[in-house]
Write a new protein. Structure first.
Length: 532
């Protein structure tokens, strides 16, 4: 039995997926929520949000992600970062998964990634869980209903959490697997209910496909000036650096919070929604994001709630610190209607420096920007993981290494070329600690960070007086309106300046050690910008 609207010539049977139970195509939010509740997948919370637990997996499984190694991609995949899978192992995995699926009900969503019509990717998502269909309807972009009658998916993603892979038979690491086959244009996901695997699979695809067309794929948020889409900015950053918070500026228009492309036409959002962290989410500091947790059809993942009132506990991380809410872009009042922007005038690189060394903002030359882009630095703090007793550096190249199928230099060169062609200014912004490392110092005031970003985005910071940082070589403003001068010189914020010098030299060494892997592949200008 099938239900829902679909291209009659592109049913699952036409793709060789046969013998399933009921198949529901392109159900809308109310129908998906009703199915999810009936199937016991979660509960309806306050305001009509859907509350769900993802079970054993409350985050992505990057070590279980594989790319099928074929001649088509042999010379273009970054194999040191992407585990290979043999084609015959994938074929066995595919056949065994389809056999397992027979007689079971599935939900199909025909969607696309990429707001720029010239670069969109049409995707079919086949999910065993109804709420995964709801999630991906938020996270990808929905074609008009009438377009579904002729929708022709280029890629198919099958997510079947009840299927367990066999490492010996399927050439994987565990019973959990995410396998991308560029020859067959198919992705298989098994033995994980974490919905983020669905959206990041599409991001990984676009990260491979778009650079081949000269389009930069970016793990970043983006916004533009009110009334002027040509005045846009992008915000690179790893989880916890403020990417979502800082781009959702009420004084600017939100293009998107996580994944974008930069083409010959400007920047464009890959997604149709946002996937925001909710741990310690404050209704006063971030009222719009907070409001989405009680919005009809929002998907709230792994949050603890009162069993009687269903009120959410934003401080409880007993299930995971990675609590999330997924919602469509239209839930944010100042979100762009088109998800498009011009060529960015500002490129912001966010870092959360728990060592207390980096200034709150620094101006980067294009070569320095490439150095920090390839480094992708942030830091873990003491207490976040077992055995972490002091700040530990995290270097994730391009600010998103797990989603980068090509070598980092490919993305770095694309970004460098676009910065040069369009004259974007580049800034490193530290949202981490000042006055000492984590445990001694304090978190960078959000008010100061916003003031500095406003000055950078408006161009006011270009006229400021700068000093040369003795450790990193970038330019740091001496004075900015609305920001205490002492904050701009992190050494002055430490009670013991000599201790700051020791910490700074230590961090410089960490950068240099990490960057050594890229030296054979980069130009002399970036080598000259390297520190250490």
């Amino acid at each position: 039995m099938t239900t829902g609207r679909v291209n009659p010539n592109k049913r699952l049977e036409d793709q060789g997926i046969t013998g399933l139970g009921a198949v529901a195509y392109n159900l809308t939010e109310p129908a998906l929520m009703q199915a999810a509740v009936q199937r016991g997948e979660g509960v309806i919370g306050q305001g009509g949000a859907f509350l769900v637990s993802t079970g054993q997996f409350t985050g992505r499984s990057p070590k279980d992600k594989f790319v099928v190694r074929t001649p088509l991609v042999e010379d273009t995949i970054w194999w040191e970062n992407n585990a290979p899978m043999a084609p015959d192992a994938f074929d066995r995995l595919h056949d065994d998964m389809l056999a397992h699926m027979k007689g079971r009900d599935f939900f199909v969503q025909d969607l696309y990634g990429g707001a720029d019509p010239e670069h969109r990717l049409d995707v079919r998502m086949v999910t065993e869980l109804a709420w995964h269909g709801l999630f991906i309807r938020h996270m990808l972009r929905r074609p008009p209903r009438e377009e579904l009658d002729s929708f022709n998916p280029e890629w198919t993603i099958i997510n079947c959490p009840s299927f367990k892979a066999d490492p010996a038979r399927h050439g994987c690491r565990s019973e959990t697997v995410i396998a991308l086959n560029f020859d067959r244009k198919t992705i298989l996901i098994a033995n994980t209910e974490y919905a983020g695997e669905n959206k990041k699979s599409v991001f990984t695809l676009l990260n491979y496909i778009l650079p081949g067309k000269g389009v930069m794929a970016m793990h970043c948020s983006a916004n533009h000036a009110i009334g002027d889409p040509s005045d846009s900015a992008v915000f690179f950053g790893l989880s916890g650096t403020g990417k979502t918070t800082l781009s959702a500026d009420p004084g600017r228009v939100l293009i998107g919070d996580d994944e974008h492309g930069w083409s010959e036409n400007g920047i464009f959002n890959f997604e149709g929604g946002c996937y925001a962290k909710t741990i310690n989410l404050d209704s006063k500091a971030e009222p719009e994001i907070h409001a989405t947790t009680t919005r009809f059809a929002s998907v709230v993942e792994n949050m603890v709630y009162d069993p009687e009132t269903l009120a959410l506990d934003f401080a409880d991380d007993s299930l995971t610190a990675n609590t999330r809410v997924a919602y469509p872009l239209e839930a944010i009042a100042n979100a762009s209607d088109t998800s498009l922007g011009g060529h960015p005038g500002c490129v912001i690189m966010l870092t959360c420096d728990a060592f207390g060394v980096l200034p709150p903002i620094a101006r980067l030359t294009p070569a320095q920007a490439m150095y920090h882009f390839l480094s992708g630095f942030t830091a873990k703090v003491a207490g976040t993981e077992r055995g972490v007793t002091e700040p530990q550096p995290t270097f994730s190249t391009c600010f998103g290494a797990p989603f980068m199928p090509r070598r980092p230099e490919v993305y770095g060169q694309l970004l460098q070329d676009k910065i040069a062609r369009h004259g974007a200014s580049c800034w490193l912004v530290n949202t981490g600690w000042t006055g000492g490392a984590h445990g001694t110092g304090s978190r960078m005031p959000i008010k100061a960070t916003r003031a500095l970003l406003t000055a950078a985005l408006s161009g006011a910071l270009h006229d400021a007086e700068f000093r040369k940082d003795p450790h990193f070589g970038f330019d740091v403003p001496v004075a900015v309106a609305g920001v205490a001068d002492v904050l701009l010189d992190p050494r002055r914020t430490w009670a013991d300046p000599a201790a700051y010098d020791v910490q700074a030299r230590k961090l410089v060494g960490m950068f240099a050690d990490n960057f050594a892997q890229y030296v054979p592949y980069i130009g002399d200008d970036i080598k000259a910008a390297a520190i250490g």
